[in-house]
Design a protein around this ligand. Structure first.
Ligand code: CP
Ligand code: NVA
Length: 304
């Protein structure tokens, strides 16, 4: 298949998501049944981390090994990436020695430039702007628990960050709606959601109003990686954007709660909610593994 990257959620069509989700379901079932599935034997994944990670590193590294391949971890501190080697040059070299690359970095522009100079597929493992692998896992988790997400309503409470932007792209591709509530001064950046039809989202000043009737309530940290200097100001600004039992009570009775993790109990979510019966955060974290195995299979081998 022609070289394809996964840099934003909108890079795949609905038909491609149908395929990847079906493959993730099958790959997960094989894994749970202790069945070997090694389609990426002798293939190498290079993982480049310019920010911290637990889940992303673990799920990609374990995932490629479970598919028969090998993972190599590079970070900014120990490689020439942190010493000013142009990203275009790094892409040329790294992609001659590997079969697929995953990058976690700062600006989206960095990963776009890397991909433009890469001979192999590049996956976005989180940028300041987007986190498509996480939303893929979230949607897979929703489908596992509740069936199709088409026509459903997702309430986003908190920062208009990489997760929020990606939810909006997903709403456009998979045909659902997002209710977005952010504190004053932390609104969506229209440039980052260009192409998303306004029919797929609605802005609410009041987070309770955003949650009313929602099928899924979700949030994320108030301060994302790279924005630590703003933490003190954000703690005050976001104080009313904590997902609590009252918010869950106005959502649909069958509503789920999700959080990409790591979470800060008592800040963006109460313990009662994240550790409560509507929360599916552990399934959500585990599903990173299964969906990313399907994603790597698709990008390296095409439709199998
Ligand atoms: N959700 C997520 O991407 O977690 P990590 O930062 O631990 O990779
Ligand atoms: N929005 C968070 C997600 C962490 C997985 C961040 O970018 O730090």
């Amino acid at each position: 298949m022609a070289l394809k990257h996964y840099l934003q959620f909108k890079d795949f069509s609905r038909a491609e998501y149908d395929h990847v989700i079906e493959r993730a379901r099958w790959i997960k079932a094989q894994f749970k049944a202790y069945q070997k599935y090694w389609p990426l034997t002798d293939r190498t994944l290079v993982m480049i981390f310019e920010k911290a990670s637990t889940r992303t590193r673990l799920s990609f590294e374990a995932g490629v090994q479970q598919l028969g391949g090998t993972a190599i971890y590079l970070n900014t501190r120990d490689s020439q990436l942190g010493r000013g080697e142009p990203v275009e040059d790094a892409a040329q070299v790294i992609s001659r020695m590997s079969d697929i690359v995953m990058i976690r970095t700062f600006e989206q522009d960095i990963i776009e430039r890397f991909a433009a100079n890469s001979r192999v597929p590049v996956i976005n493992g989180l940028t300041n702007e987007y986190h498509p692998c996480q939303i893929l896992a979230d949607i897979f988790t929703y489908i596992e628990h509740r069936g199709s997400i088409q026509g459903k309503t997702v309430a986003w409470v908190g920062d208009a960050n990489n997760m929020c932007n990606t939810w909006l792209q997903a709403a456009q591709v998979l045909d659902f709606k997002v209710h977005v509530s952010t504190p004053p001064g932390y609104a969506l950046n229209p440039e980052l959601i260009s192409g998303v039809d306004p029919a797929h989202y609605q802005i609410f000043a009041d987070p309770m109003a955003a949650c009313r009737g929602a099928d899924l309530v979700t949030t994320d940290v108030w301060t994302s990686m790279g924005f630590e200097a703003e933490n003190e100001v954000r703690m005050k600004a976001f104080a009313d954007w904590c997902v609590d039992a009252e918010m869950m009570a106005v959502a649909h009775p069958q509503a789920l709660f999700m959080h990409c993790l790591p979470a800060h109990r008592g800040e963006e979510v109460t313990s009662e909610v994240i550790d409560g019966p509507q929360s599916v955060v552990w399934d959500e974290a585990e599903n990173r593994l299964h969906v990313q195995k399907a994603l790597m299979e698709y990008l390296v081998l095409g439709r199998v």
